[in-house]
Design a protein around this ligand. Sequence first.
Ligand code: TXA
Ligand code: MG
Length: 341
Amino acid sequence: METKHFNNQKKDIQEAAALLQAGEVVAFPTETVYGLGADATNDEAVKKVFAAKGRPADNPLIMTVGNIVQLTPYVEISDKATALMTAFWPGSLTIILPIKEGQVSMLVTGGLQTAAVRMPANEVTRTLIKETGFPIVGPSANLSGKPSPTTAAHVQHDMDGKVAGIIDDGPTQVGVESTVIDMTAKTPTILRTGAVSQEDLEKVLGEEVVDGTSKKALSADQTPKAPGMKYRHYAPDKDVFVFDPLDWFDLQEVLSERDAVMADEELLGSLKDKNQASWSLGRNINQASENLFAGLRYFDDEAKIDKIYVQSMPDMGLGKAYNNRLAKASGGRLFQGLDRD
Ligand code: TXA
Ligand code: MG
């Protein structure tokens, strides 16, 4: 299949909308990561998304909309859900809601009686979805198991020849996927961390929100996980190790020319070997999240590199989402500082 390349012009958006209406798959930009779009009300179109990604069929998809009206035929929107939408949409929050019986394809929900819904903060994509007239499914536009794409070039790398079109609206801003909150649980529960934090959610809901991704919640095993979180995710083929900035100088003693480091500008400024392969995570946690997946993808494709060492961030706010994705990419492997005692 020839993959068409679109930009953010009106004519291109209309052409992309026509492909979606014809039941084809088109990759679209959002503020978090790029997504793979298809008509959520057309099973044949939805099947093409699973096929292009190589995604297991029991992993449900997000329904992505351009406005709230597009959701009303499909899900029950409680007052609390409305409060979340008002506060965080368009933006990086995905909300799990009960479906209206028989109104959403079982392919989309993976057989669940709930659906994940989201309105992204990207003008081009909201225009696109309003133009089509139906919600589109929107999993991240990577091959299943690979880091999510934060540029159209990443999407092309994984999806060229497998989808009908890719809309390029430049690099994404947030860089990690949306926060997922389950509003069908007794206590609202975070299933995936993202730019919208537990504190942000508690403020708007005026009640406790459980972080279902925390070690405590997982070991007590009281909380259902997002079905997708059980799969290996975000992982490059190369070996990835997480390092604590406190171990920066120890790390430099073991680095070889086949290793790459991903660190913030401050650390890289003190890199002793100026020939060491490196990738800047920028100056703060926002820039680090924005740059994380791009760096992993870059070194994954570099034949000269065997191992990638990536700096961890303070575990708060967006740092929780960053550390969570990094833990998955590394399979939990840590660089242990040298112990010279
Ligand atoms: O930022 C994002 O959310 C991106 C952009 C493209 O919008 N999309 C994205 O989609 O990350 P995806 O499919 O890669 O991740 C959706 C997550 C998966 O872990 C999935 O298992 C979970 O949401 N999910 C979907 N429907 C669910 C449901 N009914 N109940 C629980 N979890 C659900
Ligand atoms: Mg994904």
